[in-house]
Write a protein of this length. Structure first.
Lengths: 260, 351
């Protein structure tokens, strides 16, 4: 792809005290692609995601969004300029507990647009309808299931129609039909709105359905830290990779009799 | 030779664990093998025992007579034991860690004060983020709902204070001065202080728990990534609400306390007119205003400490409870410390 990447991650590492989560992760995400970050539990997928949205400052390396460096000096100001062009869905949905689903989706519209209240509500209802929650608009976050909370989180992330959406495990714990519906939604939005997606997941079916490219992290990439063990199109990784963990993931072939 | 017999399962291995480990440690340097021919059943617990005995012995032990199925279990137990050894790396606690933690806490508090001040200063630009319904909600929950408690406590304190001081004062025939004593103590000192203690217990802890829960649920992260400032959205309305309700709470507590005092004085036979005159003669408006001003400051301190505790919440539901506790303790301690500063300042200014 000849275009400028939307996200550029350059040799990034994350340490917490003496514990190194991963080191030397580099990747580029280009406009209109669905980019999947995958890997086993505890390999740093969500940590990498938090770095991408500026919640965690990497211990080393640089990250740029839309060509603005959000790490290093001036990073915070740069982050503010790009923040409204990014929608984020957190693993738990992270809905505001004191508001209904509708109010949750309306909040970004209230804060950042001049829409009148009835306009905000109409837009928010459409977004909830897109994720299949049209009939649940009046419910409180405490009254709904985890899967619904995650879908409402996606609706809120889409509230301002950002060109870049980051989703942290959108389909974890969903039934296969809803999960397939979400995959469909991601592909549709990419096609209709030209949106770019970064999706953290370890659902194989979902990866094969939506991912243009993916990067696989693993805890044991280095002797003392995690990192990238494979990058590329999911189909190619499944067919050609010789890395034992990649094969274990895509083809369910365990490397040894006793899995560690 | 270490012989086992019967069922090697979770219930049975408890009694054998220490003797077996002991025996294995003594056998170091000698040869050792397991005699498992009389073992009728072995589960994962049993396999773990065998693996632990092997670790204590320091070398692989040959097992004789182990059932085919149990050999697999033993293999797994051995492998799991090795992984565990690799993963445990809990370093001991040093004085440096404590100092570092204290420095982090201090830095966090200073940052919080700075962020709150900046949020206040930038409020005109971010008027949208201060949601009026939220603010009124906090006024309701922090202030109006606490009024019954304030009235009850104020009345009782006035009653007790008057009664306790009446006994020694009476010896000097000065029991009419109980009225002015209680009035001055309430308006200047006890009113604001008790209102602040009620605020810390009822509201400071609630603020910490609310914000702490939001932190644990990633809601604070969600706000930040939306470009909304959590301090403006969450801290400011709570602090402003607390500062608004504190004078009202203090005033209510003062009045209830005076009524309590009057009840006691009536019991001693003084008419209301005499009590009211005595209070009017000794109490100045400055006493009242000074107390109310202190109340506003206490409201700021208690609410800010509650919110700070909430934002400083760590990971997991347990830390929400810890934050609520530290909000109450911090709120009360800080209130009394600030009160001490006020006492000094008022004295210097001859107020």
């Amino acid at each position: 792809m000849s275009e400028e990447p939307i996200i550029e991650v350059d040799h990034v590492a994350q340490r917490f005290g003496s514990r190194t989560i991963f080191r030397d992760v580099s990747l580029q995400v280009y406009p209109r692609e669905v980019f999947v970050i995958l890997g086993g539990s505890g390999c740093g997928k969500s940590t990498l995601m938090k770095q991408l949205i500026g919640l965690l400052v990497p211990s080393a390396g640089h990250i740029s969004l839309y060509g603005h460096a959000i790490t290093g000096p001036g990073g915070e100001a740069a982050l503010h300029t790009v923040q409204q062009r990014i929608g984020v869905m957190f693993q738990s949905g992270a809905l505001f507990g004191s508001m209904t689903l509708l109010e949750n989706v309306m909040l970004p519209l209230e804060m950042f647009t001049a829409l009148p209240p009835e306009g905000r509500e109409a837009v928010a209802r459409v977004k909830l309808g897109l994720v299949g929650l049209g009939d649940a608009a009046g419910l409180m976050p405490a009254e709904i299931s985890g899967g619904m909370a995650r879908r409402a989180g996606i609706a809120r992330a889409m509230a301002l129609d950002p060109p870049l959406l980051l989703l942290d495990e959108p389909s974890a714990g969903l039934d296969p039909i809803t999960s397939a519906g979400l995959d469909r939604l991601i592909l549709d939005l990419r096609q209709d709105l030209g949106a770019t997606f970064v999706v953290v997941t370890h659902e194989l079916a979902s990866i094969m359905a939506i991912a243009d490219r993916c990067v696989m992290l693993d805890r044991g990439a280095y002797p003392d830290a995690g990192g990238v063990i494979a990058e590329g199109k999911p189909r190619e990784l499944r067919e050609t990779s010789t890395h034992p963990i990649v094969r274990a993931f895509f083809r369910r072939e365990l490397p040894g009799a006793v899995a560690a | 030779m270490l012989a086992f017999a019967g069922r090697l399962e979770a219930h049975a291995i408890g009694a054998m664990w220490r003797p077996a480990i002991h025996a294995a440690q003594h056998a170091r340097g000698h040869s050792l093998s397991f005699d498992l021919r009389n073992v009728t059943f072995c589960d994962v617990g049993g396999a773990s025992l065998l693996a632990a005995v092997e670790t204590a012995y320091g070398a692989p032990v040959e097992a004789v007579g182990l059932a085919e199925r149990a050999i697999g279990l033993l293999e797994r137990a051995r492998a799991a034991g090795k992984i565990e050894q690799r993963a445990t790396s809990i370093s001991p606690f040093t004085l440096r860690d404590v100092a570092a933690a204290a420095a982090r806490l201090l830095a966090f508090s200073v940052t919080f004060i700075g962020e709150t001040a900046v949020a206040f200063a930038e409020l005109p630009r971010h008027r949208r983020m201060l949601r009026v319904p939220d603010l009124l909600g906090y006024v309701d929950s922090a202030g109006i709902r606490s009024l019954p408690l304030v009235v009850l406590l104020g009345y009782l304190i006035g009653l007790i204070l008057a009664f306790q001081s009446a006994v020694p004062m009476r010896q000097f025939g000065a029991d009419i001065f109980v009225a002015s004593l209680v009035a001055i103590a309430l308006l200047r000192e006890l009113g604001p202080l008790l209102a602040a203690v009620i605020l810390a217990g009822r509201t400071g802890s609630a603020f910490a728990a609310e914000i702490g829960t939001m932190k644990v649920n990633e809601e604070i992260d969600a706000l930040t990534t939306m470009g909304l400032d959590p301090v403006t959205m969450l801290v400011l309305p709570r602090v402003i609400a607390a500062m608004c309700v504190m004078p009202v709470m203090t005033m209510t507590l003062d009045i209830a306390g005076l009524l309590g005092m009057a009840t006691v004085m009536r019991g001693f036979g003084y008419p209301f007119v005499a009590i009211a005159r005595q209070v009017q003669e000794w109490v100045t408006a400055g006493d009242l205003y000074g107390g109310l001003f202190k109340a506003v400051c206490f409201g700021l301190v208690v609410a800010a400490i509650g919110c700070r505790a909430g934002l400083g919440t760590g990971v997991g539901p347990r830390s929400v409870g810890l934050s609520a506790t530290s909000a109450v303790v911090g709120g009360i301690v800080a209130t009394i410390a600030v009160d001490g500063v006020f006492a000094l300042v008022f004295y210097r200014l001859h107020l």
